[in-house]
Design a protein around this ligand. Sequence first.
Ligand SMILES: [Zn+2]
Length: 329
Amino acid sequence: MYNTIKKYISCFSVTGSEKYLADVIAEDMAPYADSITTDPMGNLICFKKGKDSSKRMMFAAHMDEIGFVVTYIEKNGYIRVSNVGGINAVASSSHEVEFINGTKGVLIFESGATEYNVKKLYVDIGAKDRKDAEKKVHVGDYLALTQNIVRLGNRRIAGKAMDDRLGCAVIAEAAKLIKTPAYDTYFVFTTQEEVGLRGSKAAANAILPLYGIACDVTPTYDTIGSQGGEVALGGGAAIKVKDSSVICSKKVVDRLAELAEKNKIKYQYEVLLAGGTDTASMQVAGAGCYAGCISVPCRYVHQPVETIDLKDCEASVKLFAAIAEEGFE
Ligand SMILES: [Zn+2]
């Protein structure tokens, strides 16, 4: 699990540039899928035939991470950027960044800034002026924060883009455990989630699942100053009840809890006050589907030190494998 997460996080995969990661996941999924395809939005769709082909189940985890795009280059060679997705400007500042072509830089607030938002940030790539900078970077190039994974104790790790490489790793690891799924099952690694659940909308409308279950991270309420919920790191797989994009189908929530009890998988319920997931796209695709989400608890979401517990990941893998094998009947 740890190695899969590490491998996926090392791929450049800012929203809209998910192809590098898609290629890596496709290689991992190849032994466990009957077919692997991509669509024009870049979604990676891995299909596995089930016992009952009259029903379709879709699993979704998004490949993209929040990042930046170059908006313009100052005369003195400093690079201005805009956010792609919900960037925390303060948490991202004074940090190393990497452009899609491998160029390195550092992300810095303007000297004397009194507002701390993305407009006040710039990237220094060591260029002497605009002409020099343009040899390496142009307007429209994407860039991501870089951050090594740090192990915290035995089972916890911190790093960037756990949201949602973790979900990708959970679904890919679950695929290894599933012999024959109850229904025809689509493991979908989606694009452009961070800007409005876009890839999953296209994929869900093509697949038209009867059951749709996403895997994403969810914030915890066990840190200093956080309040408003109960999800805790180490508390097990979090069965989503609602977030601001979706009210999960009771049928899915109850079935996931039942399977967790039966298979002795540690779980908790998640009520997320703000934020959406690919669950919402699946729920309203076609004539609608029974939709839910197995969330993985994560501290410091959308900061470069997103912190997770490997035991929660393992619980989530087992719960995905259980719902895939045992279905809803
Ligand atoms: Zn996410």
